[in-house]
Design a protein around this ligand. Structure first.
Ligand code: FAD
Length: 441
């Protein structure tokens, strides 16, 4: 790799192994990377120079937005650290967000204008990875995925060309950016349509006992619930003394009408298994979670399980999911309601799959010595596979590797073919390959 050329094109931006600051620069939120070089870009021109160099040298690029994906540890290549591109600017209800910004920052700026966007649930997650992969958030039923709120982008293509992407100018590329991942270039600016959001109503229901009857009630309530209401069920083990263990149902109402929120929640508050409930009207940034970055000295444990988009949260699915959690002491179970605005988007109008899904489910056992071993691992995986068989596709943003097996489970064949054709147009040499990779075709 002829790194001298890159260093002279971008003085003070490039770090290689052994350079001062290298160790700190290669850590990201979810782990520690092992690239050949890191460029900490500060402008669109920096991105263009780095992309041109990498394409010329046939060096694969890993784009780092918020650094929350688990695959930033793939060795070699050039990491483009976009964290300095974190501007958030309002132009009416259009919000222009730098490609390395985080959702907590976006929510803070928008809150000052009584506006909001549906993002994820955690403040430090990057706008880049979450949006390009879809983005299931606490207001997904009100406003759809993060990607559904995307109205334009500035993209640096593999050729180094800077492209203003809109539905009118580049419809196929715009379609691909709504769920097709980081395959098509570096997004230096995302343009979203923001929604009026004076406040949110936030409820936490603490649950006790068997989760099955409660989940059946939640399913029935959410079938007809107003789309302002989105709920998340979570059951986590008591592994971290600082984190609340057990089962909870979190509900977010997109808006400040607490009476309407309480009315929608009433059947849940009365449901069997609800031990306690707290409801408050607050600001959206206040409900975004903090999640500490991974300790570089402690490798993240593996995860035996997976995720799937469920057309129907059937009794069978509930039973398999709860049984999975019950059979594995150190396991997590997460369910998020979909439908509403999420289901308004026609399958052909975005690359994101599974628009007919009404629930998202994720379950996994932590692969930690003493808890999971060679004998139990296949049994746990088989239990998950039986759950996934009830679903209609995998959500890439919650997968832990870029193994091609995931990419093939994420998209229907027709979507893969359409993505491959967009890829051929914008990245024919597959410079952007460190992702759920779609090969140009
Ligand atoms: C604590 C935590 C909470 C989460 N909560 C949610 C949630 O509520 N909802 C949800 O849907 N997901 C959630 N996720 C999953 C999250 O969406 C993915 O991990 C996502 O990849 C994170 O994006 P990032 O920019 O932080 O990550 P990065 O690792 O920086 O980026 C991931 C990939 O996205 C691409 N990419 C990122 N930025 C750009 C850019 N500007 N231009 C081009 N490509 C880019 C690259 O291909 C990169 O490999 C969560 C993850 C964690 C760790």
């Amino acid at each position: 790799m002829q790194i001298d050329e890159l260093v002279s094109a971008l003085p003070d931006r490039v770090l290689a192994r052994g350079d001062q600051g290298w160790e700190a620069a290669r850590h990201f939120h979810s782990g520690t990377g092992d690239p050949d070089a890191i460029v900490r870009v500060d402008s669109v021109a920096d991105v263009v120079a780095a992309v041109r160099w990498a394409a010329d040298q046939h060096v694969p690029i890993l784009v780092r937005g918020g650094g929350h994906s688990a695959w930033g540890t793939v060795p070699g290549g050039l990491t483009l650290d976009l964290s300095a591109l974190d501007g958030v600017d309002l132009d009416g209800s259009t919000v222009r967000v730098g490609g390395g910004a985080t959702w907590g920052h976006v929510a803070e700026v928008l809150s000052g204008h009584s506006l909001g966007l549906s993002s994820g649930d955690t403040a430090s997650v990057g706008v880049g990875g979450l949006t390009l992969g879809g983005g299931i958030g606490w207001m997904v039923r009100a406003w759809g995925l993060a990607a559904d709120q995307l109205v334009g982008a500035q993209l640096v293509a593999a050729s180094g060309e800077v492209v203003e992407v809109t539905d009118a100018a580049h419809p196929e590329l715009m379609w691909a950016l709504r769920g097709g991942g980081g395959n098509f270039g570096v997004i230096t600016r995302f343009d979203f349509r923001a929604h009026p959001l004076p406040a949110v109503v936030f409820a936490t229901l603490t649950l006790a006992g068997d989760s099955r009857p409660l989940l059946r009630t939640v399913r029935e309530v959410m079938r007809d619930a107003p789309r302002e209401l989105t709920v998340t069920f979570m059951d986590v083990p008591a592994m971290d003394p600082n984190a609340p263990a057990g089962a909870t149902l979190t509900a977010v109402w997109a808006g400040d009408d607490e009476d309407a929120a309480r009315a929608a929640l009433a059947p849940l508050l009365r449901a069997e298994g609800v031990a306690d409930a707290a409801i408050e009207t607050t600001s959206y940034p206040d409900i975004l979670l903090d999640m500490p970055a991974a300790d570089p000295e402690v490798p993240m444990p593996g995860f035996v399980g997976g995720n799937t988009l469920l057309h129907e949260l059937s009794d069978e699915a509930i039973d398999r999911l709860v049984s999975f959690r019950e059979s594995n002491a150190a396991s997590v179970l997460l369910l998020r309601s979909l439908g509403g605005a999420y289901g308004d988007v026609a399958p052909a109008d975005s690359a994101f799959p599974g628009r007919d899904a009404t629930w998202f489910a994720m379950a996994g056992a932590f692969d930690i010595p003493g808890l999971v071993d060679d004998e139990s691992r296949p049994r746990i995986q088989a239990a998950w596979d039986a759950i996934e068989a009830l679903g209609s596709g995998v959500y890439g943003n919650f997968t832990t590797s870029t193994d091609p097996v995931f990419a093939s489970k994420m998209y229907p064949a027709g979507t893969v073919a359409r993505l491959a054709s967009v890829k051929r147009a914008w990245d024919p040499s597959n410079v952007f390959s460190r992702n759920h990779n779609v090969l140009p075709a």
